[in-house]
Design a protein around this ligand. Sequence first.
Ligand code: PGA
Ligand code: ZN
Length: 416
Amino acid sequence: MEICIKEVHGREVLDSRGFPTVECDVILYDGTIGRGIVPSGASTGSFEAHELRDKDPARFQGKGVLRAVGMLNCTINELLSGINVLEQRKIDCILTDADGTINKQNLGANAVLAASIACAHAAANALGIELFQYLGGFTQPDIPIPMMNILNGGAHASSNIDIQEFMIVPIGSNAFATSMRWCSEVYHALQSILKNHGLSTTVGDEGGFAPDLPHNETAIELILDAIRLAGFNTEHDFKLSMDAAASEWVNAGTYILPKQGTKYSTDGLIDYWKNLSDQYPIFSIEDPLGEEDWEGWKNLTGQIGSDTILVGDDLYVTNAARLHKGISEGCGNAILIKPNQIGTLTETIDAVLLARANGFRSIMSHRSGETEDTTIADLAVALNTGLIKSGAPARGERTCKYNRLLRIEETLGQYR
Ligand code: PGA
Ligand code: ZN
């Protein structure tokens, strides 16, 4: 069966931080349209694929994406016109080959991913099936457990907390709709606790609260209080996850927390995480160490990796080659999956498959700068990642992914 691409059309739209990002429409000869919008990070890893920005100070503080849009409307349009949209791997290969660099420096990963996602949507639409079914088949995949970020710090908030994300994970819930309700109830319990303490309830980039607090541990204690206040148990119902985003802390061979000013050696930071995971019900820690501290990652994994999920985000940047190195050296036991870190759906899927083949977990993830695009929800189901993080149970660019999963759960539930 052939359903060919007639036109690729890009445009500049806004993300949740009010900065421009790339949207792409793929139009097929039968009139079907597929659309993809790419997100954008703030605490980006150095090894991520290249995000093409105009650097024209006269527009959007240099953050315009008209060059990437131009790539879609000219080069990528020419490359993909006439290609069968059902051949996603071939499409991604054409884009990667035409770019010719290891990090999509020429076409821009934002242009390439927008096209890659839009093609998948167009294909699913043309076939009249859901995106998760197109990407994953009918193997009755599971809905992931959400890791909801309810307290923001680091580069995502102007508060004094250095750990970027504090997440609640409803490990005791047996349905996505239940997970949503539980997380929302804890989120609002945390809001009332913060209010009662006279603390700020304004939110950070991912929708979690962003109060000034004396220590990281205070954030953990407040969240545990919120879980209990909402009527849940902090062992069986919920566990906690954190994203340290510690690449942001690297400073001349040591770690210095930018806000609190605390200094750690690699070994000191490993001890810190070890103590924290002894003390609290911790499910996972993401980027506990820097993106080039392979030796530290290996030591930490040896010490707490059997009980704690250690997630490489900046370390692995959804890149199968870096994951390969980490697997052979025993660095962490999970990879965060962000399609725009690598630039095509095919490479994203290959990273998940490599992780699975080697006993690593995959966590599907949004970015701090998001849009109404819900592709990651479908990807999480299609690839059966089991876990997804899409921020707080609040703000449309976060809840659209969770709401999409509610609908998918309803669809799948009809056939169970
Ligand atoms: P980013 O944050 O999108 O700003 O990189 C998300 C994360 O670090 O997981
Ligand atoms: Zn991260």
